[in-house]
Design a protein around this ligand. Structure first.
Ligand code: NDP
Length: 308
């Protein structure tokens, strides 16, 4: 079967592209990955997505978008794309998964971005033994209950994770490497008003230690160089993201941070479009991802109609 549009990745960008593409009458499949829904699946309540005056959970928003795609007639497969052949002699593209391959006249990439990890000596040893990059996924585990916990980062994610963890831990430290947080005013206020949360500025992680799981974190103040050790049970990274482009094997132009370069969702290969966090290092919001998914589908439709 030859599709008009293969959408790689899910999340608000991929599902919105799916809704617009199928409603344009284009034969559409979403290769949503084994873990569909993207980063919003691990977010708590979202209050800034228009249309939900009382907020909505990230997972519910994604379920709704996914259902909307299915109801409109999109094919969906929960398969990870391992490579894309952009050079087929048949003049169409081939997206390959570990199970199958999908031929398409256009490709829309919506693979999002993945949370970054700190590079510390015992980081890998204690990964999933007290270290996590997702408080919402792991924070409620018994091992973190009534314990001291640490979140690294000074952005909105760090604030959100710390607030979430404060429901379970006895105390939550937020480590900020500079002398200021880059989180939004609203998030900072919430953190500052939470008596379980303490912010340590100019503080970096040297390492963690323990026997079978994290028991201590070793810190340094990068101004006075004083080192301290705190007893903790959990270390949560909230230090930004890496765009998910490895399956492209360098076929598309990227910027210096690894995000796909695009112009109104068009990549440097005609017929290949991109939307969402894999190309957006500035806004990175659910609503901007969804908006760019809509743009990518409209551009794909124009391309298929021969009007570039
Ligand atoms: P950000 O890029 O905004 O913040 C990353 C933070 O991690 C920065 O404070 C940065 O420090 C710090 N950092 C990076 N590398 C290291 C390191 N090696 N060691 C220590 N600290 C480090 O990422 P977020 O994930 O917080 O947010 C991404 C986007 O998503 C933002 O636009 C944000 O507004 C949005 N968002 C919105 C939410 C909501 O509205 N509910 C919730 C979560 C995110 P420095 O400042 O020094 O560079």
């Amino acid at each position: 079967m030859l599709y008009d549009v293969v959408i790689i990745g899910s999340g608000p960008a991929g599902y919105t592209a799916g809704i617009y593409s199928i409603r344009a009458g284009l034969k559409t499949i979403i290769l949503e990955g084994e873990n569909y829904g993207g980063q919003l699946m691990t977010t708590t309540e979202i209050y800034n997505y228009p249309g939900f005056p009382d907020g909505i959970s990230g997972a519910e928003l994604m379920e709704n978008m996914r259902k909307q795609c299915i109801n409109q007639g999109c094919d969906i497969k929960s398969e990870n794309v391992t490579s894309v052949d952009f050079t087929s002699n048949e003049k169409h593209f081939i997206a390959k998964t570990y199970k199958s391959s999908y031929d398409s006249k256009t490709i829309i990439i919506a693979t999002g971005a993945t949370a970054k990890k700190l590079d510390i000596p015992n980081g890998e040893k204690f990964w999933n033994r007290g270290i996590s990059a997702c408080a919402v996924c792991d924070g409620a585990l018994p091992v973190f209950r009534n314990k001291q916990l640490v979140v690294v980062g000074g952005g909105d994610t760090a604030c959100e994770e710390a607030i979430y963890l404060s429901k379970f831990g006895s105390k939550v430290y937020i480590l900020v490497r500079s002398n200021q947080m880059r989180a939004s005013h609203h998030m900072k206020e919430k953190v500052l008003n939470n008596e379980k949360i303490e912010i340590l500025y100019n503080t970096e992680v040297i390492d963690v230690s323990g026997t079978n799981k994290v028991e201590k974190i070793h810190l340094i103040n990068n101004i006075d160089k004083i080192e301290t050790t705190i007893n903790i049970s959990g270390l949560f990274y909230a230090i930004g993201h890496t765009p998910n482009t490895s399956f492209l094997n360098g076929s598309l132009a990227l910027n210096t941070s690894g995000y796909i370069l695009s112009n109104n969702t068009k990549t440097d290969i005609p017929g290949v479009f991109v939307c969402g966090d894999v190309q957006d290092y500035i806004y990175r919001q659910a609503i901007t991802a969804a908006g760019s998914g809509c743009m990518a589908a409209l551009e794909a439709e124009k391309y298929l109609n021969g009007s570039k």
